[in-house]
Structures are given as C-alpha cells and as structure tokens.
Write a protein that binds this ligand. Structure first.
Ligand code: MN
Length: 745
C-alpha cells in the first residue's frame, strides 16, 4: 500500500506548490474512515482510493482532485458525511466527493448495453465538474485492474459495463491510453481465451519482427525526405481488444489480419498526402482492395485520411494512415470523427453518422480541450474554476423503478415522464412518487430522479395538461386522449337521448338495427350516430325514422309543456313576504321517478353540460335541457323566459332531471335581482347575509334607478333551491331591501 509520503511525493513531482498538509489530512481521514474494511482481494480497502489517487497523479491533476480521489468512497461506504468533509477539507472538495457519491449510487441502477449512450450523458450531466469524471474513470480503471478477485458473474457485468460506458467515455475525453487499457482489461475478463491467444501471438510476432516498427519508421521517413516530403511517421502494434474486435467484425483469423501494425504518416499539405502515398506504393507492394481515400470523399463525420495496406519489408502486412496535421487534429480531438469512428467499429461507413453527432461534437471538443489544459496548463487551479460542465444542460435524466433510463428535456414533469415510458401510462396517470415520496404530477424533474407513476384504469388525462407538459409526445397524446374523451361524452349523451326517443316511439333500439340504418344516416358507425346526436348535429326523431321508416311521430312538434311559474309572471318569480317557502320542492326535486329523463349532476358531469347563462339553475328547480350543436346541453329552469326562443325547435328539447347526491359540495349558479334603499353600507349588509348562509357571490352589478333606490344584480352559487330560498327569505327581511326577485333570463 502506498505510504503517506509517497502520495505527497508523487504530487510534488509535478506540483511543487502542493498543499502537503491537505494531502496528509486526507490520507489520515480516509484511512481512519475505512478502518479495517477489506477488498475482495483481501487487501485493506484503503489501498483502493490510494491507487485511484495515484492514477490521477499521472494525469498531473490538482490537489482538490487528488484529495477527492482519496476520499471518494468514504461517504457511501463509511460513517463519514459530506458536511464533515466540506468542513474539514473545503466546500470544493465536498462538492467533488458529492458528485462521486451520486455517481456511485447510479452504479446500483441496472444498466443495459442499449442505454450506454444515454448513461454516458447521464454521467456527464450528474458530474457537474469534469474532475468528478476523471476520478470516476480512474476509480473504474483500478477496479478493472483488480477485477480478477471478483466472482465470475460480477466480473462479466462490470467488464461489459466498462466496454459499454466507461471506455467510450474515456475515448471521447481524449484519454486514449486509459480507454485502451479499460478495453483490454474488459476483454480479458469477458473472453479470457481470446485475450490469452491474441496476447501470446502478439508477443511471438514482436519477437519475430523485432525492430520492425523502428525500421519501417526510419525507412519511410528517409524515403519521403528524399522526395522532399517532411513527414512524421509513428507506428505501433495494435492492442488485443482492437485486434479481437476486428477479427470478430470481419470474421477472420489472426493470421489474416492485415493491420497488426499500424502506421500514421503526418505530412504538411494535402498535396503531400498523395505524394507520400506514391512513395509508399512504389516502395512496397500494395494490397489490392485496401486503398481508401477519405480525403477526396470524407466520411460524414468529417474524418479525412488516406488508408492503405502494403506488404512490408518482413512480408508482414502493414496498415498506413496518411493525412495532414490539421486532419489528424480533427481525427484525434474532435469527437467527430475519430472517437466515434473507432467506437462504432466503422459502422458509420454504411449506417451514416449518429444523429446527435453534429450537436455533440462541439461539446466534446470543449471537453477535450479542457482535459488537455488540465494536463498541460501551468496553472491547473485557475483553469479549473472555469470547467463547470455545461454539457447537456438542456436535458434531465430520470429512472423508472426498474432502472430504465428516461431522457427528457429540462422542465419535464412526471406527466412527460409517464408518456415517455408509454402512452397508456401517461393516459392513466393519477399520481407520482419521486424517489419514493408522493409528489405532484406537475413538478419539475431533476437529474437522477426515480419516478414511479400511479395509474388508474379508465382514466383520461385532463385537457389542461396539454399546456403544462413540455414534450411533444405527451402533448400529442393528451390531445388525442381528450378528443376521444369528449367524443365519448357526446356519444354517451346521444345514446341516452336515443334510448328515450325510441322508448317514446314504442320501438326498440338495437345496435344491429341502427347499423342497418347507417347508410340512410350517412354515418360510418353506430358510435358516430350516438356522437352526432349528442352533439346535436342529428336529431333523435330522424334516427327513429331512419331505423323505422314507417313510424309516424305524432309528438314530433310538441315541445314539453312549459310550466308557468307559481306567481304567474312571465318567467319571473316575485316573492312577496312570506311566500318564500312556496318555492321549496320535495327532497330530491320535482323530477323524482322520471327514470327516462337524462340525469344531470353538475359541471363535473360526464355529459357536456352548462347552465342557463342568465340566471342558472339549481337542484330543486324543475328543469329542461336544450341541445345546442357543438356545445352540449344547457339546463334551464322551466320558468326561464329564454326557453321561448326554442319553441319552434322541438327536437332540441330534452327531458332532464337532477341527480345530485345530498352530501356533494357542488354548487350551482343562480341570479337574484334586488331593489334596495340608497343608504351607506347596504351592499355590505347584503353581502353579509349571503356570507352568513355560506352562499358564494360570483358577481355583483349595481344600477341606481332613482334617487332613493338602487337595483343590485347578484350572481351567486348555492347547493340547491332550499339553500337559495333561505338566502332570499333573509334578504327580504332586511329593512333596506325592498324587493328580491330570482332572475331567470
Ligand atoms: Mn471506488
């Protein structure tokens, strides 16, 4: 295990100004925190964070990162707390350890290979500071180096995850060396036989072709110089993982591989690329079919280079990439190109560029620059102040309880989440649990939230959701669902209207018969007929006649009889003192027993219902419904003067009855007209009476009629007629109120 002074020494080698006391404090703190904990290998656990810190000293990272590496497992695995770490070390180090703790928790979530791309983004989004990712990668590297102590099953899972997520991330961050080591370690654990074979053959080959790489480098550089081309030639043996990947991709044996040795020839100009190619092809025989010119035809991701394979001096196939320094820059540093090309194993040759590539490459280039500056900058600390990760800040990443990752735009709600999981889940969502706690459906989700959606069958989403969600998928689904819910309501109403119409005509209504009449009604389905009748686009009598062409409808022109108001006034009810009680109907209203009438509950009704616009209607009123195309049913008390307007349209009249339960708290609209004496405080008195009776005033308008009297019109909402009458009676008792009328416009 690394000693305390060794850690300090490693850092001081590249950073003479290091805070030794800080490093020592971290060493002692983590050692005490981990105590006697052991790793699977039997080593003290504390050796692990030290090794992780050591890997990061190779990257010449700042003190805060090294300390965070030493402390990275303390919060999750020991009694240490973030508060304590922030206090003992610094808030900056606390924030780094916090990021690492969060990432460690994400490790517990099951991840599938298909989620690799999303998970990489999640890592980037959760790690607010690029240094958190660096520690995470070093952590993963050390775990991979010591993986052989784990059980086989766990080993395979971790190795696969490393291939899916961490190696590509390292590659994109420009840490090719780290990426290659992660890949080779993963291969060694996933396919030990293949790894051993390839390693053995590479070793044999290296012995046989001793100094081959150096001699080709030297030869080629000299030959190019002789033609006046200044070139930098670098070659190396490929790594086991990339060889294995190629063998698999091309279904070939090791011996058939042409590119065990790879050389890169970097020249100064585009013309020299072709000049160098000529030199190569005249020096060694080229392998037919291997020449590719990605300079004249760049890959979609901007990768530009000439590829060719020749038979080298020891009859070994040698692969060459020829390009300019600028092209090399793009290939090496821009995500574009290189990182992605390698990662997908050249799939882009046929499959085209990843759709996100265009927007991501900028971000990754920035990341790449950041890492480089971290490693090379004179003053890493100063630079680090500006390295807050701004990647993917427009997205949030959440999980289902089973660990499926759902990427959403920022501002997304649990409703968006539900629709992202499945349209049915969204349509039937009634509640949400976020990280195990009940939460509103309309709350903004944050990174890492685990969201569980509560559902209820037969539910349809409120139309208001449409304007509150942020994802297009949710919006479209809500629109569809509400449209079909409204249609269901109209169809339900239409079915009731038709049931009654057929009953009145003493005919039976069956779906079969109705289906037979569809051509005459010019509709596609019985459901269409119901909805059309419910919307008032088609009248019930027409449907009866379509089904029974011989039927004579003798009631056709007879609207329901208008019952005169009790005082005989023209649709107006005047109450003299003491008359108030005459308005009281028996419990349940006057329509009890009329089972064929359409039951009306209120504004929460399943039917598209509204109440008389000038005066409303309350339970206890004898009522009638007027069907208005496209609107639904408007409920009028039968004494409403407005009903006269529908005298000539009998088909629009519907028998309706109240169906309000006694204990419901729903209120209904009514209007009163008062005449009061002009006196200060009158309005307040009137309002007080209504308030005392628990009535709700919705609107008040006043008009001075004469010097002495003012007319006041009050819209209020009450539970029923009894409630309204009690208010009217009390108002009538006020000295300042000379007259109270119920208004039924
Ligand atoms: Mn660790």
């Amino acid at each position: 295990m690394m000693r305390q002074y060794e850690l300090v020494e490693r850092v001081r080698r590249y950073n003479p100004a290091t805070d030794e006391a800080l490093l020592n404090r971290a060493y002692v703190y983590a050692m005490r925190a981990h105590g006697t904990q052991k790793r699977a290998s039997g080593d003290p656990f504390f050796a692990h964070p030290l090794e992780v810190a050591a890997i990061l000293t190779d990257l010449r990272l700042d003190d805060a990162t090294i300390v965070a590496a030493v402390l990275h497992d303390t919060v999750e695995d020991t009694a240490a707390t973030l508060d304590e770490i922030s206090e003992i070390f610094s808030p900056e180090i606390g924030a780094l350890v916090d990021g690492l703790t969060k990432l460690k928790r994400l490790d517990l979530v099951s991840k599938r290979a298909a989620q690799g791309e999303n998970f990489r983004k999640l890592l980037l989004a959760v790690a607010a500071d690029v240094r958190v990712l660096l520690v995470k990668l070093a952590d993963r590297l050390h775990n991979m180096r010591t993986l052989h102590h784990m059980k086989l099953e766990k080993r395979e899972r971790i190795a696969q995850e490393t291939l899916d997520i961490y190696a590509p991330l390292a590659g994109r961050m420009g840490m090719q060396e780290l990426r290659e080591e992660l890949e080779d370690l993963a291969l060694r654990n996933l396919k030990p036989d293949i790894y051993t074979t390839i390693t053995q053959r590479l070793a044999d080959l290296a012995t046989k072709s001793e100094r081959l790489v150096e001699s080709i480098e030297r030869d080629l550089t000299a030959k190019l110089a002789a033609q006046g081309i200044k070139a930098v030639v670098t070659g190396r043996q490929k790594r086991p993982f990339s060889i294995s990947a190629k063998m698999e991709r091309k279904s070939v044996a090791f011996e058939q591989l042409s590119d065990i040795f790879g050389f890169r020839v970097i020249v100064e100009s585009l013309a020299e690329c072709y000049g160098a190619l000529g030199v190569v092809h005249t020096t060694w025989p080229m392998v037919p079919g291997r020449y590719k010119d990605y300079i004249s035809t760049p890959k979609q991701n901007d990768y530009r280079s000439i590829h060719t394979t020749v038979i080298g001096p020891k009859s070994q196939r040698v692969e060459l990439q020829i390009r300019t320094a600028a092209m090399d820059e793009i290939a090496e540093y821009g995500i574009a190109a290189h990182a992605h090309y390698k990662e997908t194993g050249g799939k882009d040759d046929i499959g085209g560029v990843h759709p996100r590539l265009a927007t991501e490459s900028g971000a990754y280039q920035w990341l790449r620059r950041t890492i480089e500056l971290l490693a090379e900058g004179d003053s890493p600390e100063e630079f680090l102040e500006h390295t807050k990760l701004e990647l993917f800040q427009d997205q949030v990443f959440c999980f289902t309880p089973k660990g499926r990752l759902i990427a959403l735009p920022r501002g997304a709600t649990p409703i968006d989440f539900a629709y992202a999981v499945h349209t049915d889940v969204g349509n039937t969502a009634v509640g949400a649990k976020i990280n195990g706690r009940m939460a509103p459906l309309l709350i903004e989700l944050v990174n890492g939230d685990e969201v569980e959606i509560a559902r209820a069958d037969g539910q349809s989403p409120p139309a208001a959701w449409e304007s509150l969600v942020v994802t297009g998928k949710a919006r479209a689904a809500i629109r569809r669902a509400t449209r079909s819910a409204v249609r269901r309501q109209y169809a339900g109403l239409g079915r009731q209207i038709l049931d009654r119409a057929f009953e009145r005509a003493a005919k039976s209504l069956s779906e079969d018969k109705l289906r037979g009449a569809l051509p005459r009604l010019a509709r596609q389905s019985t459901e269409d007929v119901f909805a059309a009748v419910g919307r008032g686009e088609m009248f019930s009598g027409d449907v009866v006649r379509a089904v029974y062409p011989d039927h004579k409808d003798e009631r056709r022109t007879a609207p329901p009889p208008l019952q005169q108001p009790m005082d005989g006034g023209a649709g107006r009810l005047s109450l003299a003192k003491g008359q108030a009680m005459r308005l009281t109907f028996p419990e349940g209203g006057s329509d009890v027993g009329r089972a064929d009438a359409i039951p009306i509950r209120g504004l929460d009704n399943d039917l598209p219902v509204s109440f008389a616009p000038n005066g409303g209607a309350v339970p206890g009123d004898r009522i009638v419904g007027i069907l208005t195309p496209g609107v639904g049913v408007t409920i009028y008390p039968i004494q409403s003067a407005a009903l006269a307007a529908f005298d000539n349209e009998p088909a629009r009249w519907l028998d309706v009855r109240w169906d309000v339960e006694a204990d419901t708290n729903e209120r209904f609209p009514a209007r009163l007209a008062l005449q009061s004496i002009n006196e200060p405080g009158v309005l307040a008195q009137i309002a007080q009476v209504i308030a005392d009776h628990d009535g709700n005033i919705d609107n008040v308008s006043m008009k001075r009629r004469t010097q002495d009297f003012t007319e006041i019109v009050i819209d209020l909402s009450v539970w029923d007629l009894k409630h309204l009458n009690a208010i009217v009676a009390e108002l009538r008792g006020k000295r300042t109120v000379s007259k109270v009328d119920r208004v039924n416009g």
